[in-house]
Design a protein around this ligand. Structure first.
Ligand SMILES: Cc1cc2nc3c(=O)[nH]c(=O)nc-3n(C[C@H](O)[C@H](O)[C@H](O)COP(=O)(O)O)c2cc1C
Length: 206
C-alpha cells in the first residue's frame, strides 16, 4: 500500500513522475486503491462525456493504460471516431489527482484481448453475454440479465460467448498532470510523452 508523501519529499520532477506511475500501477493492481476506479472522458459534437471505469492495467515502461468495455457501448462510438481518451484518477488519502490523455487503440478479438479475457472472472463475464447492448432503452426497471445470467447458471465454456463483445482499450499517454493537495500549499506538475518516452516536464502554478 502506498503512503501519502509530505511536501519535504517533493524534490524534483523525476521523483514526481515516477510517483505518478507508481500510483497508477497500484491503482491497477490493488482493488482497494481509490485509483482502481478512473473517470474517462470522450468527446462528441463538442461535448465531453464522462463515466467511471476500472483501471485494468498499467504499463509504466511504455506509458500505456488500459480499460475493458463492451464493444457495443456508446463510448466505443466516440473512441472509434476520435481515437482519443482522457483519464482522471484521484486518491484523497494520497493527496493526489492525476489527469492523463492520449491516443486510444481498440483491441478486439486479438492476443491482448485473449490475455485480458482470461483474467476476467466467471461472474463478470455475464455483462458481455447479454442480448441487448448497453444503453438499450427498457420499458421497466431491469438489470438486463436473463434468469440464467442472474443465477450464474452458465458454465465457463458458455461464458465464452461474451468474448465477441469484449474489448480492451489501450491509451498511449502523451500528456499527464499531477496535482498535490496539502494544507501547506498545493503543488502541480505537467509531463508530456512522445512514443512512450518523456519529452517534457515542468512545475506548474497550482
Ligand atoms: C464503479 C464503476 C465501475 C465501472 N467500470 C466500468 C468498466 O470498467 N467498463 C465499462 O465499460 N463500464 C464501467 N462502468 C459503467 C460506466 O460508468 C458507464 O455507465 C457504462 O460503461 C456506459 O457508458 P457509455 O454509454 O458512455 O458507453 C462502471 C461504473 C461504475 C459505477
Amino acid at each position: 500500500m502506498l503512503l501519502p508523501i509530505e511536501p519535504e519529499q517533493i524534490i524534483d520532477l523525476p521523483f514526481v513522475e515516477s510517483l505518478c506511475w507508481e500510483m497508477l500501477v497500484e491503482g491497477a493492481t490493488n482493488r482497494k486503491s481509490a485509483m482502481h476506479q478512473a473517470v474517462i472522458s470522450t468527446a462528441k459534437d463538442n461535448r465531453a462525456f464522462m463515466r467511471t471505469v476500472v483501471l485494468r492495467r498499467v504499463d509504466a515502461g511504455s506509458k500505456k493504460i488500459y480499460l475493458h468495455t463492451d464493444n457495443r457501448s456508446k463510448k466505443m462510438e466516440d473512441i472509434n471516431r476520435n481515437e482519443h481518451l482522457s483519464w482522471l484518477v484521484y486518491d484523497q488519502t494520497l493527496r493526489a489527482q492525476i489527469r492523463l490523455s492520449g491516443h486510444a487503440i481498440v483491441h478486439h478479438l486479438d492476443a491482448l484481448c485473449n490475455e485480458q479475457w482470461a483474467k476476467t472472472g466467471h461472474h463478470s463475464r455475464r455483462y458481455y453475454m447479454t442480448d441487448q447492448p448497453p444503453s438499450t432503452e427498457l420499458d421497466q426497471p431491469s438489470t438486463g440479465l436473463n434468469e440464467a445470467l442472474t443465477a450464474f447458471d452458465y458454465s465457463i465454456e458458455e461464458s465464452e460467448s461474451g468474448f465477441q463483445h469484449f474489448v480492451v482499450v489501450e491509451t498511449c499517454i502523451d500528456w499527464m498532470e499531477w496535482y498535490y493537495t496539502h494544507s501547506k500549499g498545493n503543488q502541480r506538475a505537467g509531463f508530456t510523452y512522445s512514443d512512450g518516452s518523456l519529452s517534457s516536464a515542468t512545475w506548474l502554478m497550482p
